[in-house]
Design a protein around this ligand. Structure first.
Ligand code: DX5
Ligand code: ZN
Length: 220
């Protein structure tokens, strides 16, 4: 099932509740929350208090993407704060099985994130322990970057591996997604589409979300 997960990174933070409600009216089914520490990525965004407030402000599941250096120390706290999905970067977690288990223990879905320069082989031993894989199609840190085209083939290969291994793991994609490339990425096997600029860069986030859903449904 195709789902749009608008990233609040590009939203107007003074009207967050309103903007999320607009995205929901347009058919968004997940809210993507980018947590950055200024260490793993060269940008600082938001943390637990904002996640707690968001959990009260919307019924949509919150998908927290942890771009932080020691995700194992904090992942569980994000699940406790009300996140339904918590993802950690494989590049910075030496004990990722333990982190994924701690997320699941709190009743949230556990995701593994993989950077553009990280090979899919890094996932071999961890795929069985994840509910989803978040494939970065830009280098994490900022919204509004250009989609890296080789991500399509990467997603296709990952999708094939998941099928061959008969796993129940969904593919999410993040970075540079818009109406022009979403159908191609959906055809490659991604199901959850993070979109920041393409949703909140528009005056009408509801219409922009609807456009993405329609574009994803076009066969390529
Ligand atoms: C980038 C973040 C993304 C970002 C996507 O580091 O992880 O979630 O908000 O923004 P767009 O859709 O504008 O590329
Ligand atoms: Zn993200």
């Amino acid at each position: 099932m195709i789902e749009i997960a608008p990233s609040i990174l590009s939203a107007d933070f003074t009207r967050l509740g309103e903007q999320i409600a607009a995205a929901e009216r347009g058919g968004a089914s997940i809210i993507h929350v980018d947590v950055m520490d200024g260490h793993f990525v060269p940008n600082i965004t938001l943390g637990l208090p904002v996640v707690r407030s968001l959990a009260r402000a919307t019924r949509l599941p919150l998908d927290t993407h942890l771009m932080i250096s020691e995700p194992g120390r904090y992942a569980e706290q994000f699940a406790e704060a009300g996140a339904h999905m918590v993802s950690v970067h494989i590049e910075v977690d030496q004990h990722i099985h333990r982190t994924l288990a701690s997320i699941r223990k709190r009743g949230a879905q556990a995701g593994v994130v993989i950077n553009p320069a990280t090979s899919l082989s890094a996932l071999d031993e961890v795929l069985n322990f994840a509910d989803y894989v978040l494939v970065m199609s830009v280098n994490p840190g900022f919204g509004g970057q250009e989609f890296i085209p080789t991500s399509v083939e990467k997603i296709r290969r990952l999708s094939r591996t998941i099928r061959e291994r008969n796993l129940d793991v969904r593919i999410e994609v993040d970075g540079g997604i818009g109406p022009d490339n979403i159908a191609q990425v959906a055809a490659a096997g991604a199901e959850i589409f993070v979109a920041g600029t393409a949703v909140f860069g528009h005056d009408d986030p509801a219409a922009a979300t609807r456009d993405l859903l329609n574009a994803a449904a076009q066969l390529v």
